[in-house]
Design a binder for this molecule. Structure first.
Ligand code: MN
Length: 411
């Protein structure tokens, strides 16, 4: 197979660093994009480390899935023992030639591979992102996913765990086919239709890659943008069919045998191994997605319950009142006045006034009522201790008019 590749990468218009890395190795017929993430320079280091480990592994004869697993280990190793790099990770979408007419793509994360054939763009890879998982579950539409505030959350990456599930796709190609590999900086800025239009328009792969990056920048350039364009110039027509190609052709209801996801492990995986890997993959996704959704649901319900069942003592127009809700409100639940009292805020001691101002006796209605009772008792107690002085003072104030000489005021 004869290929021609062009690539282009750009920091974009917002980010300070370019944390994407890529590989175009014509000798190995290996092409890859990695989109790194992590604080400090973690993202850059993660993607560069993964790309270099991938190249070394493929050069030493590893199949693509094993090479990506080694890249995962390399990122973990690099991060361990360096606090600045802790928690870094990277996506990886890598393509190798795997037969006379066959490409193999290994994929983890939300970078993407596309196939442009006869002017039509087909997406090859599934994103391992939260919103894409929700789209696949039918819980979000594609349009909602594209505008979703959490669309950058990915559910699989290299550098997170010692084991990583690598999705494998075979793409059987012919002359004139064009494959794109890109980071999400392209696809979050451009719709697939726009990518298709630009990729179709420019025949030179180097300029096509550059045009795509330019268009993403024109659309905002909110992330690093990397694109590799790989054109299939020649295939070996005389070669025997690639293994499994006939199987794929006779498969009863395969609508598009062009792009078929394949189970992991290149050299004929045993069915049990495949099944295990599949299950692990699904569980891995659930572990990430279900807790997230569940946590949000439970938290929202708990907050709502708490906000609606809770009471506290506060003030309204100078009077002490019992509110239903949480002081200040929470997630749209604003407190409402539930019971009014005749207690003036001004009659409270400074300490009680502060407590009431901040929302006192939070919890049940009984608790709030008991606190109000204590406030009343407190005022009464203060009154009984202060009353004698007022009652004795008043006559003394009044005294001078009648008994000014006989009752000189004392302390
Ligand atoms: Mn990115």
């Amino acid at each position: 197979m004869k290929l021609a590749a062009g690539e282009f990468t750009d920091r974009g218009k917002i980010r300070e660093l370019n944390e994407d890395s890529f590989l175009v190795d014509n000798e190995l017929a290996l092409f890859a994009v990695a989109d790194g993430m992590g604080g400090h320079r973690g993202g850059e280091v993660a993607s560069a480390t993964a790309i270099e480990a991938l190249r070394a592994a493929v050069a030493s004869g590893d199949p693509i899935n094993a090479a990506i697993e080694r890249a995962n280990g390399a990122v973990l190793d690099r991060a361990s023992g360096d606090n600045d790099l802790a928690g870094m990770g990277t996506t990886m979408t890598a393509l190798v030639v795997a037969g006379a007419r066959r490409l193999l793509i290994g994929h983890v994360g939300d970078s993407r591979a596309y196939l442009l054939r006869d002017g039509e763009l087909h997406r090859v890879t599934d994103d391992h992102s939260l919103v894409e998982e929700l789209v696949r579950q039918g819980r979000l539409t594609q349009e909602q996913a594209e505008a979703h505030p959490q669309r950058a959350i990915i559910t699989r990456a290299l550098g997170v765990e010692p084991e990583v599930d690598v999705d494998l796709y075979t793409v059987d190609v012919g002359v004139g086919d064009r494959v794109l590999i890109c980071s999400d900086g392209l696809t979050t800025m451009l719709r697939d239709r726009e990518v298709e239009r630009i990729a179709r328009l420019e025949s030179d792969p180097v300029r096509a890659a550059e045009n795509l990056v330019d268009a993403a920048n024109d659309a905002g350039g909110e992330d690093n943008i990397t694109v590799i364009v790989i054109d299939v110039l020649e295939v070996d027509e005389d070669a025997p069919p690639d293994p499994e190609l006939l199987d794929a052709a006779v498969e009863p209801d395969a609508p598009a045998p062009v792009v078929a996801p394949e189970p992991p492990a290149v050299p004929a995986p045993a069915p049990t191994r495949t099944k295990g890997a599949r299950l692990r993959g699904i569980r891995g996704v659930l572990l990430l997605v279900v807790p997230f959704v569940a946590i949000v649901a439970v938290a929202t319900a708990a907050v709502g319950w708490y906000a609606r069942r809770s009471y506290f003592v506060g003030t309204d127009t100078g009077k002490v009142v019992i509110f239903k809700g949480v002081p200040g409100g929470v997630l749209g639940w604003n407190p409402t006045v539930d019971e009014r009292t005749t207690i003036n805020l001004a009659d409270l001691s400074a300490v009680d006034r502060d407590r009431v101002d901040g929302g006192a006796a939070r919890g049940s209605l009984d608790r709030a009522r008991a606190f109000v009772d204590r406030l009343k008792a407190g005022i009464a107690a203060t009154s009984t201790t202060t009353l004698p002085t007022t009652t004795t003072t008043r006559p003394r104030v009044a005294v001078p008019t009648t008994l000014s000489a006989t009752a000189p005021p004392t302390t």
